[in-house]
Design a protein around this ligand. Structure first.
Ligand SMILES: CC(=O)N[C@@H]([C@@H](O)[C@H](O)[C@H](O)CO)[C@@H](O)CC(=O)C(=O)O
Length: 305
């Protein structure tokens, strides 16, 4: 696919998957969720069924149903809906990619299979090429998240291979703290997109030249992070640093409590007032109702609520 020049700019919320108290997908919440992102957080791009969305814990049919709902309610509200189609099975990934294309998604993305891992970078590219070909009309983003997949190839090398072999290759969703690799990618592959995925150090990525970022905190700290992007664009580095530091302190509080994805989902419910429901097994939240006020007062103390 020839590069059209349209770039994802700014924040992309990696959406949570709303669930019922029994951990079934909760579709009626999606419309309100999309409106909340657009109207309250000023976030106009979403990345669905990814890590935050517990995509790998959903069935293929659930992922298809969710994709349809996200796309339906995003019309006129979101600029881009990127659908994560990565699976352990190539056949499932291709099925999801073709489905995303038939639904009118704006792009697809896939992680590396993480149980039987690719033998080498070329094998990974062969796998991704087949996934991308199942939705050849859509931009394809490789989802680099080495801490979770255990597939740790340098993106600087891999981008060259993907550019050569995958006609619809558009870029990488880069969820790693290695800013040297990130910066090398941005500067070598200028017509591609390298979306940054570690919210707590987005400012560092901006300094490298980042134009877009995908993350879980943009669901509820989107408007705060947008202020950081504006400050950076205006050259007000001090203000941008202050905002990044506030987000970092909030995340430090969360990590110090030993919390992670299931608790982030609870925090999104507390913050937005939209019930996201619990995370699906094997994840379990340890955030109890007695923690709710602590979280809220922490957010208020940091001027985030
Ligand atoms: C490992 C992980 O979940 N990383 C998040 C970050 O947004 C992360 O939650 C944030 O930086 C806080 O650590 C995103 O990169 C994940 C993401 O974009 C996705 O849900 O696909």
């Amino acid at each position: 696919m020839a590069f059209t020049g349209r770039r994802i700019k700014g924040l992309v919320a990696a959406t949570f998957t709303p669930m019922t108290s029994r951990s079934d997908i909760n579709l009626p919440v999606i419309q309100k969720y999309v409106e909340y992102l657009a109207d309250e957080q000023n976030v106009r791009n979403i990345f669905v069924n990814g890590t935050t969305g517990e995509g790998m814990s959903l069935s293929v049919q659930e992922r298809k149903t969710l994709t349809e709902e996200w796309i339906k309610y995003s019309r006129g509200k979101m600029d881009n809906v990127i659908v994560h189609v990565g699976c352990l099975s190539l056949a499932d990934s291709k099925d999801l990619a073709a489905h995303a294309s038939s639904c009118g998604a704006d792009g697809i993305s896939a992680i590396a299979p993480s149980f039987l891992k690719p033998s080498n970078p070329d094998a990974l590219v062969m796998h991704l090429k087949e996934v991308a070909a199942a939705a050849s009309n859509l931009p394809f983003y490789y989802y680099h998240i080495p801490n979770l997949t255990g597939v740790k190839y340098q993106m600087y090398d891999l981008m060259g291979k993907m550019q050569k072999h995958i006609p619809s290759f558009r870029g990488v969703k880069f969820t790693d703290v290695n800013l040297m690799d990130y910066s090398l990618c941005l500067h070598e592959y200028k017509t591609f997109e390298v979306l940054y995925g570690v919210d707590e150090q987005l400012l560092g990525a901006l300094a490298c030249g980042a134009h877009g970022a995908v993350g879980s905190t943009y669901n509820y700290l989107g408007s705060t992070t947008n202020k950081m992007l504006s400050a950076f664009e205006k050259g007000d580095l001090h203000k941008a640093q202050e905002i990044q530091n506030t987000v970092q302190k909030f995340l430090l509080f969360v990590f110090d409590m030993g919390w992670g994805l299931p608790e982030f989902k609870d925090i999104m419910s507390l913050y937005s007032g939209i019930d996201m429901g619990p995370a699906r097994l094997p994840l379990r939240s340890s955030l109890q109702s007695e923690h709710h006020n602590t979280v809220k007062s922490e957010l208020k103390r940091m001027d985030l609520l």
